[in-house]
Design a protein around this ligand. Structure first.
Ligand code: ATP
Length: 235
């Protein structure tokens, strides 16, 4: 469904991604693990055209999106839940959700999609009129996820959804990710919380200083020595 082949991304003269190749198949949850500064967010940004790969290709649903504009990528069915949630903090929850649906014109469709996301995220339903910036970190994460779903994506990319959340909220976020998958969506997840991500994912990749150094089923990664030492606290 999504395939990155030999992606090389630079910020000015410094190369951040080196020959990154990975794929996510329909219906899968795939995670990308890596330490701080490994290049996880840069991978997401490259997929969405927020930074441009200098070489390599990105194919989504058999279409080459390597040089497409971000809004065209989103319209083609790929949604991003960005790092740090990035909700529009001065807007209300409802206005944030409307922004997520900007690719669609029909008000009736928006209404029924809104009802649907309120079912998945009950906390949002209670808070539609609240100013988004006054919500807790966990609530803002839910809002960012709900907003992404309103573009009716077939695949959702999430950049560190557990970052800065309490253990209980992390559980809720991960349960919600499973629920989203049950709705038939494919999920690509970037995470530093390797133990949670690998419990949820089907497969995973490990990124070290911009290179994919390991790729396996989540089950095998959980018992892999390198993963255990570097990302699971040697557990
Ligand atoms: P973290 O988990 O800390 O967010 P990450 O794996 O997501 O890390 P990236 O944000 O992709 O890492 O950053 C990879 C490298 O690229 C880092 O060394 C970072 O300093 C550098 N970098 C990121 N954004 C820019 C930028 N806009 N200009 C220059 N360098 C950048």
């Amino acid at each position: 469904m999504l395939r990155l082949s030999n992606i090389n991304t630079f910020y000015g003269p410094s190369q951040v991604l080196q020959d990154v190749s990975l794929e996510v198949n329909k219906g899968e949850i795939v995670c990308l693990l890596g330490a701080n500064a490994a290049g996880k967010t840069t991978t997401m940004k490259t997929i969405f055209g927020l930074v441009r790969a200098r070489s390599g290709s990105i194919i989504f649903n058999d279409r080459d999106i390597t040089r497409k504009a971000t809004d065209a990528i989103v319209s083609s069915g790929l949604a991003l839940v960005p790092e740090g949630r990035r909700v529009f903090s001065r807007m209300t929850v409802l206005e944030n959700l409307e922004m997520g649906a900007y690719t669609r014109k029909s008000k009736a469709e928006f209404k029924s999609d809104l009802e649907h996301v309120c079912e998945i995220f009950p906390r949002i339903k209670e808070r539609l009129k609240q100013v988004a910036g006054t919500m807790s970190g966990g609530e803002q994460q839910m809002l960012a996820m709900a907003r992404a779903l309103l573009s009716r994506p077939s695949m959702v990319c999430m950049d560190e959804p557990s970052m800065g959340l309490s253990p209980l909220m992390v559980e809720t976020v991960f349960e919600t990710i499973l629920r989203i998958r049950e709705e038939g969506k494919t999920i690509f997840l970037v995470e530093q919380n390797a133990s949670m991500a690998l419990k949820l994912a089907d497969r995973g990749y490990v990124l070290q200083t911009g290179k994919i150094v390991l790729s396996d089923t989540a089950k095998n990664l959980l018992t892999n020595d390198l993963v255990r030492q570097a990302y699971l606290g040697g557990a």
